[in-house]
Ligand binder design. Structure first.
Ligand code: GTP
Ligand code: MG
Length: 340
């Protein structure tokens, strides 16, 4: 299935049903008075989150989503039927914008969240409601209120705890597949990953956390080179970035080149993204010249606060998981203290 993270749709709520003009007609009850019932309410259009959808692909085929109109009132004071609401399923992390006013209407982040995006029109009042001492036989009723139309732009920003960034081929997908049960495509060429993948990491230390693997970034990504920019927004909401550096590709003459390229692209895209807590991880420590390359890197970097792993060989992964757990625990604590 295609990974679609933007969709434009229109939603229209149902019209309210018309109120009814009717008079009670029964044998032996002459001039029984007005008994026209009210119209039923039109159906709402609701947006609801579901964990079974991961993209906005299912919204590509239809543009207008309309709920049912309310039924008209009828004699004997019968109220019309309410129009059925229409529910649209959306993945977690969907932002809902009003296209015309360019305002954010809702950010759907919780599982099972329900948002009434347009309310159905109210039903019109039947003539029984207009009976008064001065008008005992009202011959009019209200029409139903019309439903509303809204043009929406839906934008998906994945919700993950950890975002993986790095050059193409750094081993991001290998790492996600080693840490979680996700099985993204892995291959020895750049741009293997074309769309983001999420993996759930199970640990005994804390509740599971989610890692997002996005396509590799290259120089000029913020200007649209490569694929990365389209997907950077999917790590915008992560709490921690893991910056994966391919140690096998470290250039002895300029060991920090790749590292700086990625950080520059992050900053150009969004300073907030660049300022996120970042964990530096050297990958492919199993290759022959990895130790030397790592030494070049550390010397140029000036400190040794990084992890060294082999995503393919499995070494250092337990430690990486532990460090991420600690970091997420710390952020949880900080957030709860700020909220208190
Ligand atoms: N020797 C070695 N090779 C690795 C390691 N991790 C990944 N690779 C290899 O590096 C290549 C690229 O791995 P991917 O996981 O596809 O890299 P990626 O960062 O997801 O690449 P893109 O999706 O193109 O951005 C594959 O051939 C992997 O087998 C490692 O720890 N050691
Ligand atoms: Mg990949």
């Amino acid at each position: 299935m295609k990974f679609i993270d933007e969709a434009c749709i229109s939603v229209q709520s149902g019209n309210g049903g018309a109120g009814c003009v009717s008079f009670r007609r029964e044998k032996y009850i002459p001039r029984g008075g007005p008994d026209g019932g009210d119209g039923g309410r039109g159906g709402d259009v609701v947006l609801q989150t579901t964990t079974t959808k991961r993209t906005l692909y299912h919204l590509q085929f239809k543009k207008l989503y309309k709920s049912k109109n309310g039924g008209g009132g009828s004699g004997n004071n019968r109220t019309g039927k309410c129009g059925e609401p229409l529910a649209i399923d959306l993945p977690l992390g969907t932002l809902v914008y009003n296209v015309d006013s360019e305002t954010l209407l809702k950010d759907l982040v919780d599982p099972g969240e329900v948002f009434v995006v347009v309310q159905g029109g109210r039903g019109g009042l039947g003539n029984a409601r207009f009976k008064s001492s001065t008008n005992r036989t009202p011959r009019f009723a209200q029409p139903g209120e019309l439903g509303q139309i809204l043009n929406l732009r839906l934008e998906l920003k994945l919700l993950a705890d950890v975002g993986l960034v790095g050059l193409p081929n750094a081993g991001k997908s290998t790492l996600v597949s080693a840490m979680s049960s996700a099985r993204p495509k892995i291959a020895d060429y750049p741009f293997t990953t074309l769309t983001p993948n999420l993996g759930v990491v199970q640990t005994h230390r804390r509740e599971p956390f989610i890692v997002a693997d996005i396509p590799g970034l290259i120089e000029g990504a913020h200007k649209g080179t490569g694929l990365g920019i389209r997907f950077l927004r999917h790590v915008e909401r992560t709490r921690v970035l893991v910056h994966l550096v391919d140690v096998a590709a470290v250039d002895p003459d300029d060991p920090l080149k790749d590292f700086h390229t990625i950080n520059r692209e992050l900053r150009e895209y969004s300073p907030a993204l660049a300022d996120k807590p970042q964990l530096l991880v050297l990958n492919k420590m199993d290759v022959g010249w990895a130790q030397d390359a790592a030494t070049f890197f550390t010397q140029a970097y000036g400190k040794d606060d990084m992890l060294k792993i082999s995503a393919a060989g499995g070494s250092g992964l337990d430690q990486l998981t532990m460090v991420l757990c600690d970091l997420l625990d710390r952020l949880d604590k900080e957030e709860s203290e700020e909220g208190a």
